[in-house]
Design a protein around this ligand. Structure first.
Ligand SMILES: [Zn+2]
Length: 255
């Protein structure tokens, strides 16, 4: 039997049971087990981790803890420079694309509103979600930590809140998305790309008021749904303003 001591830092503690937060956790285990496996057995998916120190020295996920080791585990850092240490995350994906589990339909719609490629169906199995994330280099968003423990998943994020707007804010902050917003470019219904079309070509399909007040229209290349800058657009602008205000409040430390 081997005994090692695990300590989790910052928001990783949110993922632990209350009684083990912010303190050394004594783990006794049999045989050779990787540090990745031992950390995941304490409930923290590997996708949430950016740095592991053993007695102060950085190691990768394959390290086998030895008797008396002190293991310090850090979350993905947003602003703290650890570039000289052994970062565990694979190189960040160049473009943030997502695949979402079946409980995150509202979040998928919000991300599409902001222009992010977000694959969502309410009938993807766990197996399919992991496979899509791997094959298409998509960040897997889920509230299911078991799903993020699958070794196939290299980019993912565990959402700890049920509120879709809070989820959106968590994703924006975690992946630093603010400068990549491209509102009104993607279909909220199906994730297709919007293309602008002439008013004449759709005029027969429009309600009288829409016909009267709007001149510019877009159509989804996939599902053919028509969009204009009406109430949907107002809601989107409201959402963008809200995310930016919330981000500012957080960085001021006042929220
Ligand atoms: Zn569409």
């Amino acid at each position: 039997m081997t005994t090692a001591f695990f300590r989790f830092y910052a928001e990783l503690n949110d993922l632990l049971p209350k009684k083990t937060r912010f303190q050394d956790i004594r783990q006794v285990f049999k045989g050779n087990q990787t540090v990745k496996h031992l950390i995941e057995s304490l409930g923290i998916p590997h996708t949430e981790i950016d740095l592991i120190l053993i007695n102060g020295i950085s190691v990768d996920f394959s390290y086998i803890p030895k008797e008396g080791d002190h293991v310090s585990v850090y979350p993905v850092f947003e602003s703290f420079d650890i570039s000289t240490l052994n970062r565990l995350r694979p190189i960040p994906l160049r473009e943030s694309r997502f695949v979402l589990d079946g409980h995150l339909g509202r979040l998928a719609a919000y991300l599409r509103m902001l222009g992010f490629d977000s694959l969502y169906r309410n009938d993807f199995s766990d197996e399919e979600l992991a496979q899509i994330s791997d094959n298409e280099n998509r960040i897997l968003l889920t509230r299911d930590r078991g799903l993020l423990k699958r070794s196939q998943v290299s980019h993912g994020h565990l959402l700890t809140t049920r509120d879709p707007r809070e989820q959106l804010l968590a994703v924006i902050n975690r992946f630093d998305l603010v400068s990549f917003f491209k509102p009104f470019t993607r279909c909220v219904a199906c994730n297709g790309i919007l293309k602008s079309i002439s008013k004449e070509s759709v005029i027969d399909l429009l309600e009288p008021r829409t016909k009267q007040y709007f001149e510019k229209f877009s159509q989804c290349a996939d599902c053919k749904k028509i969009f204009w800058k009406g109430s949907h657009y107002e809601r989107m602008i409201g959402l963008i303003e809200w995310t930016q205000k919330s981000k500012k409040d957080n960085s001021d430390g006042s929220a």
